[in-house]
Write a protein that binds this ligand. Structure first.
Ligand SMILES: Cc1cc2nc3c(=O)[nH]c(=O)nc-3n(C[C@H](O)[C@H](O)[C@H](O)COP(=O)(O)OP(=O)(O)OC[C@H]3O[C@@H](n4cnc5c(N)ncnc54)[C@H](O)[C@@H]3O)c2cc1C
Length: 384
C-alpha cells in the first residue's frame, strides 16, 4: 500500500496544530489540513487569550495532563522563539464550600500543588478590583496564567513545518474513509491516503464525526472587553487571571494589550449553533446589559459598557470533558472534540496523546476518563 504520509491531521486549530507538531517531532511524516487561515478566530481558538490553571476547578485527573502541558508549552516556545504562556498567577473566588473551590482544593491536596488560601479580608486587601463578600474565599494558583491561543496555533504549525510536515491551509476535508489498511482523506485539493488520521475539527465535528452528535453540542461563546478606569491595577504583574464561582460565574484576564480587560461569563441558557459554517455574530441588548450589570456589581474598577463583544464557538460534551482517542467502527482514526470550554490549557498534551494513538494505537497517559467510547449521557434529541 502506498501512503502519502504516515498520518493526516484534519483541523489545524488548537489541538490539531499541536498534534501535527508532536507527530512531526516523533519522526512521523504528516500532512495537516485546515479549512480556514492558520490561527483564525472563527472557531474555538479566537479571542487572544486562554486561562491556564494547574488547580483546575473540575476533574483532578486533568492535573497531570496540565502539568505536562506546561513543559510542552515551554518546548514550543523554545522551538519557535514565541511568547505563548505567561504564568502571572490565577485566582478562584467563591463562597465557602462552592463545588469549584472544593474541586480545586482536592487537586491541590492530591498533587501537592503550590497554592495560597485567601480569606475574604485578604482578598479585599490584595485584590480590591474584585467585589468580595464576607463569605468569600480565594485560592491562588501561582502556576496559573494565560496562553495566547491564535499565536500558539501558528507556532504549533510552524514547529511542525520546520520538522517536515506538509501543511494544506484553506483546504477543507470533505470526508474521511477508514478501512482495514489506513484512511483515505477526501479534501478540496485532492484525495490522499494515510496510515492513520487524527480528526480534530472542534466545533465543526458533525461533518466528519456525526456519531458524536448526541453527545456533543456546538455552542456560541461570548467574550467582552472593558476599559479600566485606571490601568495600573490590571497589569499582568498585579492582576491574576481569575474565575468567580457561586453568585456569579465570570472569568477574566489582566490587561494583555495594555488597554482593555477581557471577561467571559458562563451563559445561563446555552446558545446552540445549528450550522458552524454560519455562526450567528449578533449581540443582543440583553447580552450587553448582562455584561454591564455584572461588571458594575463585581468589577467596579472597569467602565461597565463593553467596548467590544466577540462571538466564538466550542463543542460541549454532556460530561463537560473532551472526547479524545480511537473510535469504535473507525479504524486508524483518532478523534478529538467536545473540549467543553476548558480545553486550551492542555492542548499540547492532547496533541501528544492523539499522536501516540495514531502511531501506536495506545497512549502512555492516563486518559480513560476522556476516551470517546466511555459511557456518557446524551443531549436531548433535537438540540445537538
Ligand atoms: C470563547 C472561548 C473561551 C475559552 N476559554 C478557555 C480558557 O480560558 N481556558 C481553556 O483552557 N479553554 C478555554 N476554552 C476552550 C478551548 O479554547 C477549546 O477547548 C479549544 O480551543 C478547542 O480546540 P479544538 O481544536 O477542538 O477546536 P478549534 O481550535 O476550533 O480547531 C478546530 C479546527 O478544525 C478546523 N476544521 C474543522 N473542520 C474541518 C474540515 N472539515 N477540514 C479542515 N479543517 C477543519 C477548523 O477550521 C478549526 O481550525 C474557551 C473556548 C472558547 C470558545
Amino acid at each position: 500500500m502506498i501512503y502519502d504520509a504516515d498520518v493526516a491531521v484534519v483541523g489545524l486549530g488548537s489541538v490539531g496544530s499541536m498534534a501535527t507538531w508532536r507527530l512531526a517531532e516523533s519522526g512521523s511524516s504528516v500532512h495537516g489540513f485546515e479549512q480556514h487561515a492558520l490561527g483564525h478566530d472563527r472557531g474555538a481558538a479566537g479571542g487572544e487569550s486562554r486561562r491556564f490553571a494547574t488547580h483546575g476547578m473540575g476533574d483532578p485527573r486533568e492535573v497531570p495532563l496540565v502539568v505536562e502541558s506546561q513543559r510542552l508549552w515551554r518546548a514550543l516556545e523554545s522551538r519557535t522563539g514565541r511568547d505563548l504562556l505567561n504564568l502571572n498567577g490565577g485566582l478562584i473566588i467563591g463562597p465557602d464550600g462552592a463545588p469549584s473551590l472544593v474541586n480545586a482544593q482536592t487537586s491541590v491536596t492530591t498533587f501537592d500543588l503550590p497554592h495560597e488560601h485567601l480569606s475574604s479580608k485578604a482578598l479585599r486587601e490584595r485584590y480590591p478590583e474584585h467585589r468580595i463578600d464576607p463569605n468569600h474565599l480565594g485560592l491562588l494558583d501561582p502556576l496559573a496564567g494565560y496562553v495566547r491561543p491564535q499565536v500558539a496555533v501558528v507556532a504549533g504549525v510552524e514547529a511542525a513545518r520546520s520538522l517536515g510536515a506538509a501543511i494544506h491551509d484553506h483546504v477543507a476535508v470533505l470526508a474521511i474513509e477508514p478501512d482495514a489498511d489506513g484512511v483515505t482523506v477526501v479534501a478540496d485539493d485532492g484525495t490522499y491516503r494515510f496510515g492513520a488520521a487524527v480528526v480534530a475539527p472542534g466545533p465543526w465535528f458533525r461533518r466528519l464525526l456525526p456519531q458524536f452528535q448526541t453527545r456533543v453540542q456546538t455552542r456560541r461563546v461570548l467574550q467582552a472587553w472593558f476599559i479600566p478606569r485606571n490601568m495600573g491595577p490590571y497589569h499582568p504583574d498585579r492582576f491574576p487571571v481569575f474565575q468567580r464561582t457561586g453568585d456569579v460565574r465570570v472569568y477574566g484576564f489582566p490587561s494583555i494589550d495594555g488597554a482593555t480587560v477581557k471577561l467571559g461569563v458562563t451563559a445561563k441558557v446555552p446558545e446552540i449553533v445549528a450550522d458552524p459554517d454560519n455562526l450567528d455574530p449578533s449581540i443582543t441588548a440583553e447580552h450587553r446589559e448582562g455584561f454591564r450589570d455584572m461588571v458594575a456589581e463585581f468589577l467596579p474598577g472597569l467602565y461597565p459598557d463593553p467596548v467590544r463583544i466577540s462571538v466564538y464557538m466550542e463543542g460541549y460534551s454532556t460530561s463537560m470533558q473532551g472526547l479524545v482517542g480511537p473510535v469504535a467502527g473507525l479504524p486508524h482514526v483518532v478523534a478529538v472534540c467536545g473540549l467543553s470550554g476548558t480545553g486550551f490549557k492542555f492542548v499540547p498534551v492532547l496533541g501528544e496523546i492523539a499522536s501516540e494513538f495514531a502511531i501506536g494505537a495506545r497512549t502512555s497517559y492516563d486518559v480513560d476518563f476522556l476516551l470517546p467510547d466511555r459511557p456518557q449521557d446524551t443531549w436531548p434529541i433535537g438540540v445537538s
